[in-house]
Design a protein around this ligand. Sequence first.
Ligand code: AMP
Ligand code: GLY
Length: 425
Amino acid sequence: MKVLVVGSGGREHVICWKLAQSARVDEIYCAPGNGGIAKIATCVPIKATEIDKLVDYAKEGAFDLVFVAPEDPLALGLVDRLEEAGVRAFGPSAAAAIVESSKAFSKNLMKKYNIPTAKYELFDDEAKAFEYLESQKMPIVIKCDGLALGKGVIIAQTLDEAKDAVRSMMEDKAFGDAGNTIVIEECMTGPELTILAFSDGNTAVPMVSSRDHKRAYDHDEGLNTGGMGAVTPGADLYPEDIEAINNKIIRPTIEALAAEGRTFKGVLYFGLMLTDEGAKVVEYNCRFGDPEVQAILPLLENDFMDVIDAVIDGHLADVDIRWKNKCSCVVVMASGGYPKSYAKGYKIEGIDTCGKIVFQAGTAIDGNGDTVTSGGRVLCVYDEGDTLDEAIDGAYEGVKKISFTDAHYRTDIGRTLGNIGHIKA
Ligand code: AMP
Ligand code: GLY
């Protein structure tokens, strides 16, 4: 088979890497890819949001499958366009990808179908939002409705901070049109957990649980980032906890979307908070999480292409999805300054000699054939082990052997998890 993967991060690197292990895949292309992907796939200089060009390229190249990994092309309807053009594609339609592209849609869906989430109100009028805030307890959470690279969420400790957040979104347009409508919601507390599920529209199969580390610095300090590292499992869950999350959150979400005429085929991401009142949804994403998937996919024992086919063709219920009985960890190495501004073009040493699997994100190959930094999150180092500590120690051994100017990484990925015991799901 000839496959095209759309995207350019660590997520797309692990997808290409896993596809390369499939007995059924002969050729892998990636648009636009990165310095690491270029070593295992043919990179094509088309951006993930250049929908027309991607459709033409996929049609002309007679691809057997296009795997659309990032949220932007999904929200722009790339999968719909490919299907119209007769090209087989993995990922949700734009109608289903709305679970990520509109938080207002998702909150209303959860309310309508009794899926547990924080209490909320929606506003498209600043004065009304201010009036509402006056009557609320602090802290409170302000979110813009649309896509904002994971940055359109502010947890305000005081009324003034809350009003500033509303002003920055609605008046100053800090996130452009994404802030035309805002969500104001109750602040929840508890450990966070990510559950990704394959969905064929009727059947959802949860993957191993994982945990992201969103803040830039140790002890969850600093700004929110795309994610600085991940581990799996994300918590010591009992089988009945997973069952409860499946019954109260995962299955009802898939059924709700089908009932709304927005059948979801692809990977649905459940960002959960394990509160005293049970697990509640913080957010949905319409795709694999990055860096969570770099910790998850290496543990998949099936031929990835068999799972992809089952999702597209609607026979997930017939597939026995198996995972290695291991823990895993990925530690992200970022450019100094990320998530704010940072320099690019620094030579990276040690990727091939660190003894660990490295998934690259913001890298490029320069004129001398050297791998250099070209983005905020540069790469992540993977390891697995019989215990979480073994996996974490292994990943950090690799990190210490890789260097580039101003490299920044967290030193506590997975270290603060603790045993959370039984959750009230
Ligand atoms: P989101 O982009 O919606 O996942 O939000 C980003 C991060 O903000 C989450 O991972 C949480 O850490 C935090 N967050 C979002 N909503 C809430 C909430 N209602 N209560 C507490 N923390 C939240
Ligand atoms: N790691 C969080 C995300 O992919 O949205």
